[in-house]
Ligand binder design. Structure first.
Ligand code: GLU
Length: 292
């Protein structure tokens, strides 16, 4: 019985891979620039014809999306987005990056300010009410950043006595989660729109800790090793997805196909090794894309 099931799953996987391999290249319908051709009326065709795309990402998160001297954001999210853009047949220099802080991610997808969001964006049911997610393409976990010499904060329970201030970002999952641990949200939880402001507040002593995903915090540690450290272990799971319009199943499928291809051909691992992978976090094995 078990063998049968395994065989069936393997057959389904082979079929899915076969379909993914066909991609848009061989579609009879539709037109497109470069060597790519996509189904008429699809988002893929529209973007390919336009030969440009708008991507929402972070500008302040080293290793994932940080705007540097080049004037363009760099990091794992940016590299994953570039793999999708390449598959659309659009040159990377035709990407317009739009800074997308946590709180506005759903809004910019719904109102069409961007074509997709790649921004340390945790897949969850509440967000799925307004937008759709391809992926996951990585799994992070919430953690806590403290000053290097701090021995008093060792995990989220350290906020329970009400004496420590913790900073996070409006509209993020960690800002919600930490409310379960603080004694008084009003005095202990400080919220900004971006994590770099939390980092600065920690460095300046206005708060005692910053909480968000481990990999974002590891980016800040990598840039300032003498100042910061993580306090304890991850205490949530944060699977990162690519945000797209809720009703656009074809585009979501296309992004999922592209992610699966990248998991298998080494480009996903290279994207990681070139960016966030330098900051001490593990990539792990490729996640299973969730085609809900
Ligand atoms: N992954 C979490 C979220 O999507 C925290 C990181 C962020 O705010 O970008 O809310």
């Amino acid at each position: 019985m078990r063998m049968k099931r395994v065989a069936a799953v393997a057959a389904a996987a082979t079929l899915a891979l076969g379909l993914a391999a066909c991609g848009g290249d061989d579609a009879d319908e539709g037109t497109g620039s470069g060597s790519k051709s996509f189904a008429a009326g699809s988002t893929m065709e529209k973007l390919n014809k336009a030969q440009k795309i708008k991507i929402g990402t972070k500008f302040d998160q080293p290793g994932f999306g940080q705007k540097g001297l080049s004037g363009k954001p760099e990091g794992f999210d940016v590299e994953v987005a570039k793999l999708i853009v390449k598959e659309l047949g659009i040159p990377a220099d035709k990407i317009e990056y739009v800074e997308t802080p946590s709180k506005v991610r759903e809004d910019v997808i719904v109102n069409g300010t961007v074509d997709l969001v790649a921004a340390t964006y945790t897949i969850n049911d509440k967000r799925k009410e307004r937008i759709a997610f391809a992926g996951p393409y990585y799994e992070a976990g919430q953690n806590i950043l403290v000053k290097k010499d701090d021995a008093t904060i060792t995990g989220p329970d350290s906020f329970k006595d009400g004496t420590k201030k913790v900073c996070s970002v409006t509209g993020s999952t960690p800002a919600e989660e930490i409310k379960k641990y603080v004694k008084d949200v009003g005095t202990q939880l400080v919220l900004f729109d971006t994590y770099d402001k939390c980092r600065d507040a920690l460095k300046g002593g206005q708060v005692d800790a910053v909480t968000t995903d481990n990999v974002i915090l590891l980016g800040y540690i990598a840039k300032d090793e003498s100042s910061f450290k993580l306090a304890g272990e991850n205490f949530t799971k944060e699977p990162y997805g690519i945000g797209v319009k809720k009703e656009d199943n074809d585009f979501r499928n296309f992004v999922n196909d592209t992610l699966e291809k990248a998991f298998n051909d080494g480009s996903w691992k290279k994207a990681w090794d070139d960016t966030a992978g330098k900051f001490g976090a593990e990539l792990g094995t490729a996640p299973t894309v969730n085609r809900y």
